[in-house]
Design a protein around this ligand. Structure first.
Ligand SMILES: Cc1cc2nc3c(=O)[nH]c(=O)nc-3n(C[C@H](O)[C@H](O)[C@H](O)COP(=O)(O)OP(=O)(O)OC[C@H]3O[C@@H](n4cnc5c(N)ncnc54)[C@H](O)[C@@H]3O)c2cc1C
Length: 499
C-alpha cells in the first residue's frame, strides 16, 4: 500500500455506531483522520439557526467522547470544505476521503460538487457511502421501497477497533453570529437519543397512535427522535431494527398499532428525503410548475405568522410553542404550514425558511417535501386546508395548551377560546383580531388552487410527478379523492401523506 491517510469526514452522522463510512475508512487500512468541518457558508444560509448549531455542538462533544473511547480524536476545523481538505492534503497527503452520502439543500449539493472536483484534481479518491434508505441515482420509484427495506434489514455495522489515528489541530469554536438560541430545545448527543429511544419503546410509545396528533399528549407520546435522526446521532437503521425487535417480542395490549404506525413514519422519513435526492432544487421550485407565480408576499401577514400574532389562537399557540421548544408534532406542523399557504396565501419558500430555522430537527428532505405538500404545490396530493378553529377544539379540548401559549386569552370563556372574535368582550383583549376571516380565506384559496388543477395541461405534469416521486402503494389513488380517503384510513392519524 502506498502512503497517505484516510480522512473520515463527519457530516450529518454524528455517531460511531452503525456508521458505514467509519467501517469503510477502517477497511482501507490507512491511518484515519476523523474530521468535522464547521462551514461558515453553510451556517450563514437562511435556513440555519442558533438552535441547530447548539444541538450540533453538543452532538460533536458526544462524538468526540465516543471516538476517544476507541483511541481516536475528533478534529474540528473551521472553513470552506475544499480549503480545509486542501490544507490537510498538503500537510498529511490524503489518499482517501470517506463520508456518507448527503441529501441536503442546493448549498450542500453544490459544495459536494466542488469537493468532488477538488478530489479529482488532487488525486484523492472520495467514497460516499450509503447510510439511510435513500438511494442515490435511483432509476425508478418502482423498486425503491424494496431497496430501502433491504438496506434496513441488513446487519448494523460494527464499530471497528485497532485503527491508527491521525492527529491535527482543531480550531476554537467559531462565533457564527447565530442569534436564535433556544434554551428549551432538545439536547444534542447520542446518549440523549438512546435514552429517548429506550423510553419510547418500553413506555411512552404505547399511546403513540392515539396521542400523536395532540400537541398536549404528543409531546410525551411521540418518539422525539427527530433531531437525533436529522444529525445522525442515531442511525435510521438502528431505530428501525430496535422497533422491529420490540414488535417481535409481542409487547402486549395496545402496542401493536402504535409500533406499526411508528415503523411507517420511519419509512416516510426515507421516502421524503428521497424526493429531495431526486430533485435537488425541491427547496426552490414548485414540484408542479402549474403553481408558479401563484402566491406572493405580504410582509405584515408573514410577520404576524412568524411571531404567533395572527389573532387565530390555535395557530399562534402552535407557533409560539415551536419557537420556544424547537419541536412540534406533525399535525400541528401541517396546520401551521397550510394556514400560511392557504389562508394567508404566502409563498412557501419564505414561510418554509422560518419553520426550518425554528425546528431543531431541520431535515431538508423531509422539510421541503412536506412544506410543498402542505401548500398544495406538488400537484399530486389531496388539498388539506385545516380549519384552525376546529383543530383547536379537537386537539386541545380543554384549552390548556392554547391558554398556556396565548396567555392574553386567559379570561376568554371556553366557548370562544378558539374564535375569540365572536366574544362580546373581545375588543378589550390585548390580542389582535384575526388577520383574515378563516372561513372566507379558505374558500378563496380552494378556488384558486382548483382553478389551476382544472387547467388543460395540469394532468400531464401531475402524472410525471407521480412517476418520479409518489410511492407505488398509493400510486393509483393520486388525483382521485375517494380512494385516497380509503388509503388514508389505513393509518388515520396523519391523514393524506401522499406517499
Ligand atoms: C411542514 C412540515 C415540515 C417538517 N419538517 C421536518 C423536519 O425539518 N425534520 C423532521 O425530522 N421532520 C419534519 N417534519 C415531519 C414530522 O412532523 C416530524 O418528523 C415529527 O413531528 C418529529 O417528531 P418525532 O421525532 O417525535 O416523530 P415521530 O412521530 O415519533 O416519528 C419518528 C420519526 O419518523 C420520521 N417522521 C415522522 N413523521 C414524518 C413525516 N410526516 N414525514 C417524514 N418523516 C416523518 C421522523 O424522522 C421522526 O423523527 C415536517 C412536517 C411538516 C408538516
Amino acid at each position: 500500500m502506498s502512503g497517505g491517510i484516510t480522512v473520515l469526514w463527519f457530516k450529518r452522522d454524528l455517531r460511531i455506531a452503525d456508521h458505514p463510512a467509519l467501517a469503510r475508512a477502517a477497511d482501507l487500512g490507512r491511518p484515519v483522520l476523523a474530521l468535522y468541518i464547521v462551514e461558515p457558508g453553510l451556517w450563514a444560509e437562511p435556513d440555519a439557526s442558533g438552535r441547530q448549531w447548539d444541538f450540533v455542538r453538543e452532538a460533536l462533544g458526544d462524538l468526540a467522547g465516543a471516538l476517544a473511547g476507541i483511541g481516536g480524536k475528533l478534529v474540528v476545523q473551521v472553513g470552506e470544505a475544499v480549503e480545509v481538505l486542501d490544507a490537510l492534503h498538503r500537510d498529511h497527503g490524503i489518499a482517501h476521503l470517506v463520508s456518507h452520502q448527503e441529501t441536503g439543500t442546493l448549498w450542500t449539493y453544490d459544495r459536494d460538487r466542488r469537493v468532488a472536483d477538488w478530489a479529482k484534481s488532487a488525486g484523492v479518491a472520495w467514497d460516499e457511502v450509503q447510510q439511510t434508505g435513500v438511494v442515490r441515482r435511483l432509476n425508478t420509484r418502482d423498486t425503491w421501497a424494496a431497496q430501502r427495506n433491504r438496506f434496513m434489514a441488513r446487519e448494523q455495522v460494527e464499530v471497528p477497533s485497532g485503527l491508527t489515528w491521525v492527529d491535527a489541530p482543531s480550531d476554537p469554536w467559531p462565533d457564527l453570529g447565530l442569534l436564535d438560541h433556544c434554551p428549551e430545545r432538545q439536547v444534542g448527543g447520542r446518549q440523549q437519543g438512546l435514552s429517548l429511544l429506550g423510553g419510547f419503546l418500553t413506555e411512552r410509545g404505547k399511546t403513540y397512535r392515539s396521542a400523536m396528533s395532540s400537541p398536549v399528549e404528543g409531546e410525551w407520546a411521540c418518539s422525539r427522535l427527530s433531531p437525533y435522526l436529522a444529525f445522525g446521532c442515531l442511525s435510521g437503521r438502528e431505530v428501525v431494527q430496535a422497533t422491529a425487535a420490540r414488535q417481535a417480542e409481542g409487547p402486549g395490549r395496545g402496542w401493536a398499532g402504535s409500533l406499526k404506525s411508528f415503523q411507517a413514519r420511519l419509512a416516510w422519513r426515507d421516502h421524503f428525503v428521497q424526493k429531495l435526492e431526486d430533485m435537488p432544487d425541491l427547496d426552490r421550485r414548485n414540484m408542479h410548475s402549474g403553481y408558479d407565480g401563484l402566491r406572493g408576499t405580504d410582509p405584515e401577514r408573514l410577520r404576524a405568522w412568524c411571531a404567533g400574532e395572527t389573532g387565530v389562537p390555535f395557530v399562534d399557540a402552535c407557533m409560539r410553542y415551536v419557537s420556544a421548544t424547537g419541536w412540534l408534532n406533525f399535525r400541528m406542523r401541517s396546520m401551521l404550514m397550510a394556514f400560511a399557504s392557504y389562508h394567508l396565501w404566502l409563498d412557501w419558500r419564505q414561510t418554509g425558511l422560518h419553520l426550518a430555522r425554528v425546528f431543531t430537527d431541520y431535515e431538508p428532505g423531509i422539510h421541503w417535501a412536506q412544506t410543498q405538500m402542505q401548500s398544495g404545490t406538488t400537484g399530486i396530493n389531496t388539498l388539506r386546508i385545516y380549519n384552525p378553529v376546529k383543530q383547536g377544539g379537537d386537539q386541545d379540548p380543554t384549552g390548556v395548551f392554547t391558554r398556556r401559549w396565548v396567555p392574553e386569552l386567559a379570561e376568554v370563556p371556553d366557548k370562544y377560546l378558539q374564535a375569540p372574535w365572536g366574544w362580546e368582550e373581545a375588543e378589550g383583549l390585548a390580542y389582535p383580531p384575526p388577520v383574515v376571516d378563516v372561513v372566507e380565506a379558505a374558500r378563496e384559496a380552494r378556488g384558486r388552487i382548483w382553478a389551476v388543477r382544472r387547467g388543460p395541461e395540469f394532468r400531464a405534469e401531475a402524472d410525471e410527478v407521480v412517476r418520479k416521486h409518489a410511492s407505488r402503494k398509493d400510486r393509483h389513488f393520486v388525483n382521485d379523492r375517494a380512494p385516497r380517503k380509503r388509503a388514508a384510513k389505513r393509518d388515520g392519524r396523519q391523514m393524506d401523506l401522499g406517499l
